[in-house]
Design a protein around this ligand. Structure first.
Ligand code: 13P
Length: 251
C-alpha cells in the first residue's frame, strides 16, 4: 500500500513569527483530527529549524522547498541538502515549476539536487508538469516523460522508492484553474505506467503521486477520489490552517 499524503508548500510567504504561528495552529487542529495520511509542510529555509521544534510530537513532517545542487563550499547564499537535513526536515521539494521557470533549473541541475538530497537522507518530492501551450499542443505526456527521464529515472529502484512525485500542471498553479478530476487521473495513471515500464509493477504500485495546482478545501475530495491521485501538494490553501486541515481530512 502506497503512502497517501497531503503536503503544503508555503513558497515565499510568512515571516518566521507568522510561520511559527501557522505551524502551531495546524498542530493544534490535528490533535482532534487524527490525519489518515502523511502530513507534510514545506517551509522557507529560515523557518525549518524553528518549525521542526514546534511540530515535535505531532504527526506533521517537515520539508524544504529546495536545496543546492552542490554539496558544500563557496556558493554564497545557497543551502545544502546536508544543512536542510540537519534542521530535522525529512523531505525536500525539487523541480517545482517556479524553480524551473524563474531560476533556470534544468534536468541536469535537478538530477544533481535529487542525488544530493538522497545522499543526505532527504526524501525528494519531485514536481513535474506541463505549461498551458504544451497541453494545448497535446504534448503534455511527452513533457512529463522527458522531465522524469531527465532527472529521476537515472536512480536505482531502491533510491526511486524514496521519491514522491507531484504532478503540477503549470497552468493550474495559483490560477484558480484546477485540472478536472478526469485530467488528473489520466495523467497520474500515465505517470504510473511510465514508472512501471522503468522500475516494474511493484515500485509503480508503491509510488505516491500527488496532484498540485489550485487544489483547495472545496475540490480536494473529488480530486483525491481518483485511484491514482494519492494526495495533494497545496500552495495557497496551505497558508490557512482551517483550509489545509479540511484538505487533510479529504484524504
Ligand atoms: P497553488 O495551490 O497555490 O495553486 O500552488 C500549487 C503549488 O505550486 C504547490 O507546489
Amino acid at each position: 500500500m502506497r503512502t497517501k499524503m497531503v503536503a503544503g508548500n508555503w513558497k515565499m510567504n510568512k515571516t518566521l513569527q507568522e510561520g511559527v504561528a501557522l505551524a502551531t495552529e495546524i498542530k493544534e487542529a490535528l490533535k482532534n483530527q487524527k490525519p489518515a495520511c502523511e502530513v507534510v509542510i514545506a517551509t522557507p529555509f529560515i523557518h525549518l529549524a524553528t518549525v521542526s521544534q514546534v511540530i515535535e510530537g505531532s504527526p506533521i513532517h517537515l520539508a524544504a522547498e529546495n536545496c543546492a545542487d552542490k554539496a558544500s563550499g563557496a556558493f554564497t547564499g545557497e543551502v545544502s541538502a546536508a544543512m536542510v537535513r540537519s534542521t530535522g526536515a525529512e523531505y525536500c521539494i525539487l523541480g517545482h515549476s517556479e524553480r524551473r521557470a524563474y531560476y533556470h533549473e534544468d534536468y541536469a541541475i535537478l538530477r544533481e539536487k535529487v542525488l544530493l538530497a538522497l545522499e543526505n537522507g532527504l526524501k525528494p518530492i519531485f514536481c513535474i508538469g506541463e505549461v498551458k501551450e504544451e497541453r494545448e499542443a497535446n504534448i503534455h505526456e511527452q513533457v512529463v516523460k522527458d522531465q522524469l527521464e531527465g532527472s529521476v529515472f537515472n536512480l536505482s529502484a531502491e533510491d526511486f522508492a524514496k521519491v514522491t512525485l507531484a504532478y503540477e500542471p503549470v497552468w493550474a498553479i495559483g490560477t484558480g484553474l484546477t485540472a478536472t478530476p478526469e485530467q488528473a487521473q489520466e495523467m497520474h495513471a500515465y505517470i504510473r505506467s511510465l514508472v512501471e515500464k522503468k522500475y516494474g509493477k511493484q515500485v509503480a504500485d508503491d509510488t505516491t503521486i500527488l496532484y498540485g495546482g489550485s487544489c483547495n478545501a472545496k475540490n480536494a475530495a473529488e480530486l483525491f477520489a481518483n485511484p491514482d491521485v494519492d494526495g495533494g501538494l497545496i500552495g495557497g490553501a496551505s497558508l490557512k490552517a482551517p483550509d489545509f486541515c479540511t484538505i487533510i481530512a479529504a484524504r
